[in-house]
Design a protein. Structure first.
Length: 268
């Protein structure tokens, strides 16, 4: 295919106005959602779409910025102390809706709302019903997966909110076949409604990085190979498969060490 024809086909791609709703976005990084939404927004801009992110404001981050085409609006929460984390999230959703209403009044309706996890579910549902905008929901993790089941009323509330978001969404995105099966099992979603899109890795980010041997020697000798696992120690992350595979790996590479690194658990 000639470059002229290829460029012509690219121009035929329909540009969409996309509203991203997320409770974290750089410089606020709580977990993996922040990084995923950041990279996804940048990629969508390169593909010719218009992306607006509405998120929570933390610290000295600006209320608005235009980051190479990605418009980012940050909102605070109410100046009152909520009773608990659930109330804090609900208060945030009210402010996300208010900001989205303000943007729509100035710039017109969005083509799609992309909601990231249960923390923005109520804002997404409200905007969907108010403006007749379809929702695409990405479920990054489930409450049942985080806690190896549902054990109290708070967890049940979050689990039910996750169900509501997937019910309201036209399409649901997960990053693995395991998560697809998990959502189907937990929420009874139609299998064809759940789309598996694995998280990508930008290898260019690792160009020019020199190996820190002093740090590495804390875990292995220079001639030894290291397999590094980073993630929560829960079934859905698959650490059990890596541990089960270690005897076979050691049979072929007896100079290998497995290093497991996990983030200290926070509230959510």
């Amino acid at each position: 295919m000639s470059k002229t024809k290829e460029n012509s086909q690219r121009k035929e791609v329909i540009s969409m106005k996309i509203l991203m709703l997320t409770w974290e976005y750089p410089p606020r990084v709580v977990g993996g959602i922040s990084r995923v939404v950041y990279d996804l927004s940048k990629t969508l801009i390169k593909d010719g779409h218009q992306v607006t992110v509405v998120t929570y404001k933390e610290g000295d981050a600006p209320d608005f910025e235009d980051d190479k085409g990605v418009k980012i609006y940050r909102v605070g929460n109410y100046m009152i102390n909520p009773n608990n984390f659930i109330d804090w999230v609900m208060q945030l959703n009210f402010n996300l809706v208010a900001k989205a209403n303000e943007i729509i009044a100035k710039e017109g309706k969005f083509d799609v709302i992309h909601a990231h996890d249960w923390l923005v579910a109520y804002a997404a549902k409200t905007l969907k019903n108010s403006y007749n905008i379809p929702i695409v929901a990405t479920i990054h993790a489930t409450e049942a997966g985080r806690n190896s089941g549902i054990h109290d009323e708070t967890q049940r509330y979050i689990n039910d909110t996750e169900w509501m978001l997937t019910y309201e969404a036209s399409e649901v995105i997960v990053n693995s076949n395991y998560m697809k099966n998990e959502l189907q099992r937990l929420f009874g979603l139609p299998y064809e409604k759940i789309n598996v899109i694995p998280n990508g890795v930008n290898m260019k980010l690792f160009n020019g990085i020199e190996r820190d041997y002093n740090f590495r020697r804390k875990y292995a000798m220079d001639n030894e190979k290291i397999i590094l696992f980073m993630g929560r120690l829960v079934y859905e992350k698959g650490i059990q498969h890596l541990i089960s595979a270690m005897p076979k790996i050691l049979n072929g590479y007896n100079d290998t060490k497995l290093v497991i690194c996990r983030k200290r658990r926070n509230d959510r």
